[in-house]
Every structure is written in structure tokens, then in C-alpha cells.
Design a protein around this ligand. Sequence first.
Ligand code: ZN
Length: 179
Amino acid sequence: MIRPILLYGSPILRKEAQLVDVNDPTLPQLIQDLWDTMYNAEGVGLAAPQIGVSLQVFVVDAAPLQPPDEPPFKGIFINPQIIGSSPTCVPHEEGCLSIPGLREKIYRPDSIEVFYYDENGQPVQARFAGIVARIIQHEYDHLLGRLFIDYLSPIKKQLIRARLREIQQGLIEVQYPTL
Ligand code: ZN
């Protein structure tokens, strides 16, 4: 089911999400809703708090942004923890379905090690690099109540203030249901 995406200004986006019981019978539906909502909005990742559910789960389908020589990555991350990251940070332009119309260059570690549970409740530990690592870090931040704009310099934050206010007031035209 496609659900409305919470926009910047919504308090849930700033809350730390709660751990998920991997045996929770409502979990498969939540995951399906995340996929439906993400694909409808043409996103490459979506975290549960973005559809108003303050639980530690997000989905990623990086295929549209991956280089053609990379195997397409699609995954479900439940109760994830980033347990390691490369010392090298690289810049990349990021956007967010909760902050429509805004894209900014953000520096993040180039590769990360993640521990999480998959949709079958199985623990997984894996290393990710490049654009996949980028998307995972962005979505992981949502579970901690962080947004990519938090990484901007004070000057840059000042420059986007008016735009953020417009988003908050619902003045930005968006091609998917929002709340
Ligand atoms: Zn986002």
C-alpha cells in the first residue's frame, strides 16, 4: 500500500526509532508498504519513520543509481547498526523524499560494515561501498532522527532556510502523496 511520506518538519522524522521485534506479524506489511511507497516516489531508499512508523527498518533498491558494472543491490534492513566505516569520506549529491526539491553535496565514508537482520529475521553482517553505502547511511540516519541537511555548514543551512520553510508549509509541488 502506498502511504503518504512525511515531510520535513514532522516530529517523527526527528525521533529515534524503536527496535523491531523480527517476529512481529505486522512487519511483512510494513516492509511491503515501504517498497510500494518508495517505488511510487521513484526513490532508492525509504525508512519506516518517513511513513510515520517509528521503527528501525528501511529498504534500499540502489539499482537506478548504480554503475552498470555493479550487481544491482536491493535489501531490507531491520535493527541495523553501522559497526565500521572507512576513514575516507567522499562527496556525493543527496536528496530525500522527505525534503523534496533539495539536493546538496554531502561527505560520507566511502564504505561501511553493517550488522542487521533481514526480512527472515536472519542476522547479516556485510560490507557495502560506493552508492549502496551512501544510501544505507542516509536511511540509517533516518532511524536516529537525523537528516542529510544536518551535515551542511551553517552558511549552507542559512541558504536553504527559506526552501525548508516552503516544504514545511506545503508550498512545494510533489509528485507523490505527502503528509
Ligand atoms: Zn531521506
